[in-house]
Write a protein that binds this ligand. Structure first.
Ligand SMILES: Nc1ncnc2c1ncn2[C@@H]1O[C@H](COP(=O)(O)OP(=O)(O)O)[C@@H](O)[C@H]1O
Ligand SMILES: [Mg+2]
Length: 242
């Protein structure tokens, strides 16, 4: 099995419409580039033909049962994982995804009211170990998020939901963050752009440093435990046979 440390890391961006996810991508890229880390940017549905086709069905349909929406979302995600995310991570690249699994807890769980246990089961079966290593939640009052994107044409089924829907989405995102404090960082996305950028850069730099530390630690340990490669500082044993 591939060692955990050879793999890339998966960073996900979450939050409501207009929170600043796309804007945040640039701050993340800056930090990774300065650290010399190779990465790929992606977003759900991830640009695979199959995932896009499923997604078109999902967003274009006039009406869908919430459960149908949930299953399509996970079907599309599975293709994205299989064809884009997993191969990149296995090749040692870092992956930044604009939205990922937490969005299902937020939109299909909080927004549509689907029981979170069902989402957890799908999460386990479909995403399994391919979980985010770091998730930035850009938390914002949906009224403010909406105001930021009022010029944007709203065409898809989910974007046309009412404010109460997006309030529930926000609360469900916050609940996800409480359940997974080890990988979530919540950012107050109502702040000015430069403050949001500053917070994201600090979080990313800390994460990069911690990851590099883990990797060095691991390399050090494997040098000292690998039987094919005796440690260089090993003292010669006592002469035998005398
Ligand atoms: N902190 C901020 N303060 C004010 N406007 C912002 C801020 N962050 C992003 N914006 C603007 O709000 C709009 C939506 O940002 P965007 O990054 O596209 O959000 P998302 O991808 O989450 O929908 C864009 O016009 C962007 O320039
Ligand atoms: Mg965006």
């Amino acid at each position: 099995m591939q060692s955990r440390t050879d793999r890339g890391r998966l960073i996900t961006l979450e939050g409501g419409e207009g929170a600043g996810k796309t804007t945040a991508l640039k701050s993340i890229q800056t930090v990774l580039e300065e650290a010399g880390i190779r990465y790929v940017l992606t977003r759900e549905p991830g640009g695979t033909a199959e995932a896009e086709a499923i997604r078109d069905l999902l967003l274009g349909a006039e009406h869908l049962e919430p459960i149908t929406e949930l299953l399509l979302m996970f079907a599309s995600r599975r293709e994205h994982i299989n064809k884009v995310i997993e191969p990149a991570l296995a090749a040692g690249l870092w992956v930044i995804s604009d939205r990922y699994v937490d969005a299902s807890y937020a939109y299909q769980g909080g927004g549509r009211g689907i029981d979170r246990h069902l989402i957890e089961q799908l999460d386990q079966a479909v995403v399994g170990p391919c979980q985010a290593d770091l998730t930035l939640l850009l938390d914002i009052d949906p009224k403010l998020g909406m105001a930021r994107i009022r010029h944007r044409p709203r065409t898809d089924r989910i974007e046309n939901e009412q404010l109460a829907f997006f309030e529930r989405v926000r609360q469900a995102y916050r609940q996800q963050a409480r359940q997974h404090p080890e990988r979530f960082r919540i950012i107050d996305a109502s702040q000015a752009k430069n403050r949001v950028r500053g917070e994201i850069e600090t979080i990313l730099k800390d994460f990069v440093t911690a990851t590099q530390h883990q990797q060095h630690q691991h390399q050090h340990e494997s040098r000292h435990t690998d039987s094919h490669q005796p440690p260089i500082d090993k003292k010669p044993g006592p002469p035998d046979g005398h």
